[in-house]
Design a protein around this ligand. Structure first.
Ligand code: NCD
Length: 308
């Protein structure tokens, strides 16, 4: 059972709660693999997605997950809503809350935005990515994918390469993976590595080769040009030369290593298409696991609401 009414970050979850979400997702994946994906876990309940930033995977997987589970669901994006008339975040969230909403899934460009609204609302708030802070549901689906491949998380060596500085995916993965006993190595351009990140319990490697050597999981991260107001590396081809997860780099990883990327991917920058499409790549499987993990999260939040 989740302790909080909201899912705001992996920082707020215990290792037991993370494990329970992953185990629940294993069951949800079995439901997804049948011809009848409909369950009645959210029958008569309502789920609203409120997205202030672009999204394909996260938003669609939450929408499908809530529909597969029988809820009434709706979505609001900032274009077309009263946000464009200057309505504040809190007023917008309270308006949704007053329509008897059970769960609000929110993505926002400001770090901490879901943490700010959650205490003011009766609805459960799920963080679908807040600025450069956390993206807990992505890290949960990444860990679910790792557990499906290796049967465990504890002791796995995970290399995360790319634009660490802007990546809420990296932050949530470091928090979650270290809680579950994995060893995390980070690598990226020095201008994209936050100072003191080792304090989060991970290592910073000196090269992409050092990060990937002996790794079980190699995760590429998108270079987030939309969050940069200055160039943090000289040219894309130089970035690819020094930081890309190429086939040669991958040879240094363990024989059974898997490749992950949260998407969307800049092909030829974070990794070449040949790696994206290789048998080692579980990037498409991550998308499928994303629906199962979001079903698990909705299920567990609703179970907690039913207890209140
Ligand atoms: C990530 C995000 O939005 O933080 N995407 C996602 O949710 N799959 C990563 C990214 O945009 O690079």
């Amino acid at each position: 059972m989740l302790k909080s009414k909201d899912l705001l970050g992996l920082k707020q979850l215990s290792a037991e709660e993370i494990n329970e979400i992953i185990t629940t997702a294993e069951m949800m994946k079995m439901v997804l693999d049948t011809n009848n994906k409909k369950t009645s876990h959210l029958q008569g309940r309502s789920v609203v997605t409120l997205f202030y930033e672009n999204s394909t995977r996260t938003r669609l997987s939450f929408e499908l997950a809530s529909k597969y589970m029988g809820s009434v669901s709706a979505n609001i994006s900032t274009s077309g809503s009263s946000v464009n008339k200057g309505e504040s975040l809190l007023d917008t969230a309270r308006t949704i809350d007053m329509m008897a909403t059970d769960i609000i899934i929110m993505r926002h460009n400001q770090s901490g935005a879901p943490h700010f609204i959650a205490p003011h609302l009766k609805s459960s708030v799920v963080n679908a990515g807040d600025g450069m802070n956390e993206h807990p549901t992505q890290a949960l689906l990444d860990m679910f994918t790792m557990k499906s491949s290796f049967g465990k998380i504890e002791g796995l060596k995970v290399a995360i390469c790319g634009d660490i500085f802007h990546s809420r995916v990296a932050r949530s993965n470091v928090i979650g993976l270290t809680k579950l006993g994995a060893e995390v190595s980070l690598f990226g351009p020095p201008t994209m590595l936050p100072m003191g990140i080792e304090k989060m319990g991970c290592k910073v490697a000196g090269s992409v080769h050092e990060a990937v050597e002996g790794a079980d999981v190699v995760m590429g991260l998108r270079v987030q040009l939309e969050r940069q107001n200055q160039s943090l590396f000289p040219t894309v081809s130089e970035y690819a030369n020094f930081y890309s997860i190429t086939q040669d780099v991958l040879k240094l990883a363990n024989k059974n290593a898997i490749v992950l990327h949260p998407g969307p991917c800049n092909h030829g920058v974070e990794l070449p298409t040949v790696v994206y499409d290789s048998p080692q790549s579980l990037i498409n499987e991550q998308v499928k696991n994303g629906v199962a993990i979001r079903m698990a999260i909705l299920y567990m939040l609703m179970a907690r609401r039913n207890q209140q």
